[in-house]
Design a protein around this ligand. Structure first.
Ligand SMILES: Nc1ncnc2c1ncn2[C@@H]1O[C@H](COP(=O)(O)OP(=O)(O)OP(=O)(O)O)[C@@H](O)[C@H]1O
Ligand SMILES: [Mg+2]
Length: 355
């Protein structure tokens, strides 16, 4: 098994883990899709660990965060597999031959910025390497024939009169607060904990970054800070730049959007929560004026959760959409090339993404 070490406990995700474990044993390509920081990589590693014994030729983790094109995608896969192609002039063919008879699971992590090269490679493998299974994590689908999508949202927040500590978002926050050395008496202040978890919409990345502030601030202070501006959450100290700040994670997704979808998201950022097609149509100026979302409010939530962090902090009241390409955020990305598989319906045509 070639998977990254877990340095902290997995919180919640029991149903998702069970469903994904079933999917990867039945399907050859499963894509775990969701907004920045919602826990795709963490869950994919857990899924791979759970199903490892069903893949006698191994489970491999390929971190594509730093890959930028077809060449670096291929070289990242080759080096993650520890494979030295004999034919160095044709590494893709050599890799396909290497994978041909292997009953292995490849986790391709963080594919969003290299969707086209990853899709080409996976398409090639799946037609030439029948026993191979791929689990991809990405902020947008690969759109390869046979892909099974699993959309991942943030961790659930407390509802109604439920015991708040039963909520996975609160449980993760409490766990990370304790790890950061939060004052024990402070941890009894569940109302502040719930305020923090709700201010960041239960997004695990933001929960962890908020918890790290307990080294210097009380829970009340953190709650006040994240309510005012959740996008300012940042990681200090050593480690990779991926996830260093919430703002950077969202900006990266926004930068991957084509112009029409970036425009849509600038306009939609005035909406304070999940929205209907009708509400978006109203904001965008009516049925014939540009792109609009084709999703139900429920399926918009994962994207919205990070969008809202920005719209809250950057908006001064119901502001007009802004023109700067680096301004408001979006957690949904799409590739620009046409889908390989014919769409089944209007919603499928967008793969759940706005057009
Ligand atoms: N269910 C969970 N339990 C515990 N920690 C979690 C959970 N989900 C996510 N995390 C932690 O939250 C942080 C962000 O998660 P992760 O890296 O998996 O997000 P992601 O969706 O892959 O983000 P990105 O789109 O930026 O790659 C990580 O430190 C991860 O370990
Ligand atoms: Mg990830």
């Amino acid at each position: 098994m070639n998977l990254p070490h877990r340095t902290s406990s997995l919180v919640g995700r029991g149903p998702e883990l069970a469903e994904l474990a079933g999917l990867v044993t039945r399907s050859r390509l499963v894509s775990l899709v969701g907004a920045a920081g919602c826990g795709k990589t963490r869950l994919a590693i857990e899924v791979a660990r759970t199903v490892a014994d069903r893949f006698p030729d191994g489970v491999w983790f390929v971190d594509l965060t730093a890959a930028g094109d077809a060449v670096t995608v291929l070289s990242t896969v080759v080096s993650a597999l520890g494979f030295a192609p004999a034919d160095t002039d044709r590494p893709a063919e050599a890799l396909r031959a290497h994978l041909r008879d292997r009953r292995a699971l490849l986790v391709l992590d963080n594919c969003e910025q290299v969707l086209d090269p990853v899709a080409d490679l996976v398409d090639d493998w799946l037609s030439g390497a029948p026993p191979l299974t791929v689990l991809a994590t990405s902020r947008a689908p690969l759109e390869v024939g046979g892909e099974r999508l699993h959309r991942l949202g943030p961790l659930a927040l407390p509802e109604g009169d439920d015991d708040v500590t039963a909520s996975p978002a609160v449980a993760l926050l409490l766990d990370r607060l304790a790890a950061a050395g939060a004052d024990r008496e402070d941890l009894g202040l569940l109302s502040a904990v719930v305020r923090i978890a709700s201010a960041v919409d239960g997004v695990p990345l933001a929960l962890e970054l908020a918890a790290a502030r307990a080294r210097a601030f009380s829970l009340d202070e953190i709650a006040h800070q994240v309510t005012a501006d959740p996008s300012s959450l940042a990681r200090s100290g050593r480690g990779s730049d991926h996830h260093r700040t919430v703002r950077a994670a969202i900006e990266q997704s926004y930068a991957l959007l084509p112009a029409d979808e970036a425009e849509l998201h600038r306009a939609a950022s005035v909406l304070p929560g999940p929205f209907t097609v009708a509400a978006a149509g109203a904001v965008l100026g009516g049925p014939d004026t540009g792109p609009r979302p084709a999703r139900s409010p429920r399926t918009w939530s994962p994207a919205w959760c990070t969008t809202r962090c920005w719209s809250r902090s950057d908006r001064r009241g119901p502001a007009a959409p802004r023109a700067s390409p680096s301004s408001p955020p979006c957690a949904v990305t799409r590739r620009t090339r046409p889908a390989r598989t014919p769409p089944r319906c209007a919603a499928a045509a967008t793969s759940g993404r706005p057009r």
